[in-house]
Design a protein around this ligand. Structure first.
Ligand code: ARG
Length: 466
């Protein structure tokens, strides 16, 4: 049994009856693509001006359609826009309303345009803005990390490999390690923005049009840096969505790694940081609890970001040219990933910006005797002993210390020399990290200057994204 219901669709001329309810229910995209309303109106305005230049619409008609589009814009801004049952997507809804307002002139709006080039244009315009917003969130978090690195002064903590204490590192060095990975994220976003800055408007359904429009002028009108050169590619290409989703996934993964560390750092077992009350949550049952839910969700939500990317890649994988309705599946993952990345960046920035570091606890963990082992070996190297032998010699001292023969410091002073005492002073080992890019005070000071410069470059690049 069918469930035909008559209502005017965009393609009603070709069809005897209206679309079935189940078809509409399954195929509508309005519930999620309505957030494209602003870029849809913007794209339509540029298209109408193009039709005016082509002489397809008279100057009066152009003005009347532009006015109608302005009314639509106002209705959306005021939250007064009324959707109708037959509105399949945002493009249908806007065009339907323009025609109600501007009459005949309105029904010329869709000349030389298909929803295929329209939706690709809308989504590129939307993604450009979204990338700018995410990039600004990235820069904000980087600034927080830099501020905290500056404030950290001489504080140091154990650096880990395999989550086993390895060598002490300056707290500033650790914080900036994350700031650098975010710098690559920023770079990738700018790059994705540059590549997607191409207008597909004027590609029509797939092959262009016989109407004399000039897509290059429309591209310029919309602020795109370039215009398509192949109409089939223009309407089929969703590389920019996949690329953006990858960039967001990697940001998500970086935030997840930060999150995992903060879960550890704020535990009683580590005790390296305490969260501000405003950025922690309590337990409904356990009165003593203070939980790092932001950090945990940054870890947890990276899963959905990766899922959104892999889902879209699977959708795109076997699509023949040109437009296929499958492509409608591009929007929800993109919108979702952008929303959650923006939220995560702000929450993590707030959490790190307000937390209190327990630098005594960090120092106590980093001053553990065993963390000096590598410095003892390097001391022997400076005295002409080959590193492999030095490594073995210190390894034996470590073994004797662990089997209860005495403190590593005392064993080193007897077996190597009294000068070894210096390495065991509080914070002594941290100062030994002197090589460029290393974790000690002098290279870290250089690094702070370098990162400060990078960050001000990023702020300038951010302005170029608009
Ligand atoms: N809602 C559609 C989408 O998001 C718009 C394009 C529809 N085009 C078509 N030929 N049915 O992809």
């Amino acid at each position: 049994m069918g469930d035909n219901k008559s209502s005017d669709s965009l393609w009603h001329g070709r069809f005897a009856g209206g679309p079935a309810e189940s078809l509409m229910a399954y195929t509508v995209s309005l519930p999620f693509d309505r957030q494209l309303w602003e870029v849809d109106v913007q794209g339509s305005k540029a298209h109408v001006r193009g039709l005016g230049r082509a002489g397809v619409l008279s100057p009066d008609e152009v003005e009347s359609v532009l006015n109608a589009l302005e009314v639509v814009h106002q209705e959306f801004s005021d939250g007064l826009f009324q959707f109708r049952d037959g509105d399949e997507d945002i493009h249908t809804a806007v065009e339907r309303r323009v025609t109600e307002i501007a009459g005949d002139a309105g029904s010329r709006l869709h000349t030389a345009r298909s929803r295929n080039d329209q939706v690709a244009t809308d989504l590129r315009l939307w993604t450009k803005q979204a990338i700018a917003e995410v990039a600004s969130g990235v820069v904000n978090l980087q600034r927080v990390l830099l501020d905290r690195a500056r404030q950290a002064g001489d504080a140091y903590l154990p650096g880990y490999t395999h989550l086993q204490r390895a060598q002490p590192v300056m707290l500033a060095h650790h914080l900036l390690a994350h700031a650098w990975s975010l710098h690559r994220d920023f770079d990738r976003l700018v790059d994705a923005h540059r590549r997607l800055d191409v207008s597909p408007l004027g590609a029509g359904a797939l092959a262009g049009t016989s109407i004399e429009i000039d897509p290059a002028l429309t591209a310029e009108d919309l602020g795109f840096a370039a215009v398509f050169t192949n109409s089939l590619d223009a309407v089929s290409d969703r590389d920019f969505v996949a690329e953006t989703l990858f960039d967001l996934s990697l940001i998500g993964i970086h935030l997840s790694r930060i999150g995992e560390e903060w879960v550890l750092w704020t535990s009683d077992e580590f005790g390296f940081a305490r969260l501000d009350d405003a950025y922690a949550t309590g337990s409904s049952m356990l009165p003593q609890k203070k939980n790092a839910d932001i950090a945990e969700l940054a870890r947890g939500k990276s899963g959905r970001l990766i899922g959104n990317l892999t889902g879209l890649l699977a959708t795109l994988k076997a699509l023949p040219l040109a437009y296929n309705r499958d492509l409608q599946e591009d929007k929800e993952p993109l919108f979702d990933s952008v929303e959650h990345t923006v939220l995560a960046l702000a929450a993590i920035a707030g959490m790190i910006g307000t937390a209190e570091f327990d630098t005594d606890q960090m120092a106590a963990a980093a001053d553990a005797e065993l963390l000096v082992s590598t410095d003892l070996a390097e001391h022997l190297v400076r005295n002409g002993i080959p590193f492999r032998q030095a490594h073995a010699q210190v390894g034996q001292l470590v073994r004797r210390h662990l089997s209860g023969e005495g403190q590593l410091r005392d064993l080193a002073m007897t077996e190597i020399g009294p000068e070894c005492a210096a390495y065991f002073e509080r914070g002594g080992a941290t100062k030994m990290r002197t090589s460029p890019g290393g974790a000690g005070p002098s290279p870290v000071a250089v690094q702070i200057t370098a990162f400060t410069e990078k960050l001000s470059e990023s702020v300038a690049r951010l302005k170029e994204l608009g």
